[in-house]
Design a protein around this ligand. Structure first.
Ligand SMILES: Nc1ncnc2c1ncn2[C@@H]1O[C@H](COP(=O)(O)OP(=O)(O)OP(=O)(O)O)[C@@H](O)[C@H]1O
Ligand SMILES: [Mg+2]
Length: 233
């Protein structure tokens, strides 16, 4: 039925946490296929395994069972260093707590991410950082430190930082979780533009049904499983 090959695919994905006497089954057999350029939102009650699923897909934690394919590569079979390299090249992460360095400006935070990624020379780095910040609407505020920015603006710096390697896949864990309506829509505009103009594949967790509805598809989770998939277009 699929015309386009999947850029992301999970097969029988499971993750359990062993807590001595009890075992938490955070993800219990998820088969998910995402096509290149798709915008997917993930919803579900607190504790149902959304973040765990995203971390598994991003190769930040290993599954107990099952596989995660990024394009044709089963990332669960890679060595740690191979997985890190793949993540660096192909996947960007936006967290709910964006962890910007308080002593660095917006530009400094994006530059640091470039340096960590082993990006080019200092000048190219600064220019590129400014370009990315302009792109998320913070061109004028590149020199400000996080405490001189609103929460919504800080989140946009975190998005610029996630885009440093222009990853094909963007994973976002409640990117609008801390934001009011106006700021949430601004973040969504950035995501929609990334998706529509740059063909980026986006997986976004949200608790807000209106935000979720902006995606092509909404996946509903409960108790570690997908219980419903809604086409939003
Ligand atoms: N490192 C861990 N060790 C033990 N249990 C964990 C760990 N991480 C998550 N869990 C448990 O796994 C389940 C799923 O957690 P997860 O963070 O994926 O939920 P979530 O859907 O993202 O929730 P929220 O909407 O509150 O962020 C929860 O029961 C949680 O307590
Ligand atoms: Mg979570």
């Amino acid at each position: 039925m699929e015309q386009v090959p999947s850029i992301l695919r999970t097969v029988g994905l499971e993750k359990s946490y062993d807590l001595g006497r009890t075992k938490v089954r955070a993800v219990c057999g998820i088969d998910l296929s995402v096509q290149k350029g798709e915008f997917v939102s993930i919803m579900g009650p607190s504790g149902c395994g959304k973040s765990t699923l995203l971390y598994l897909i991003g190769g930040m934690t290993n599954p107990t069972r099952g596989s995660v394919f990024v394009a044709d590569t089963d990332i669960t079979h890679l060595s740690d260093s191979e997985r890190t390299a793949l993540r660096r090249e192909r996947i960007g992460f936006v967290f709910q707590r964006f962890n910007l360095f308080p002593t660095l400006s917006a530009e400094g935070n994006v530059c640091l991410a470039q340096e960590i990624q082993g990006a080019r020379g200092r000048k190219a780095g600064v220019e590129r950082a400014r370009e990315l910040l302009k792109w998320v609407g913070l061109g004028e505020k590149a020199g400000r430190r996080p405490y001189e920015l609103s929460i919504g603006e800080q989140q946009r710096v975190a998005i610029a930082r996630a885009l440093v390697g222009m990853p094909e896949i963007l994973l976002a864990d409640e990117p609008t979780g801390n934001l009011d309506t106006e700021n949430s829509w601004q973040i969504m505009k950035v995501f929609e533009s990334l998706n529509e103009k740059h063909g980026q594949t986006i997986l976004m967790i949200t608790h807000n049904p209106e935000i979720a509805a902006r995606a092509d598809r909404t996946i509903h989770m409960r108790d570690g499983r997908i219980v419903n998939v809604e086409e939003d277009d």
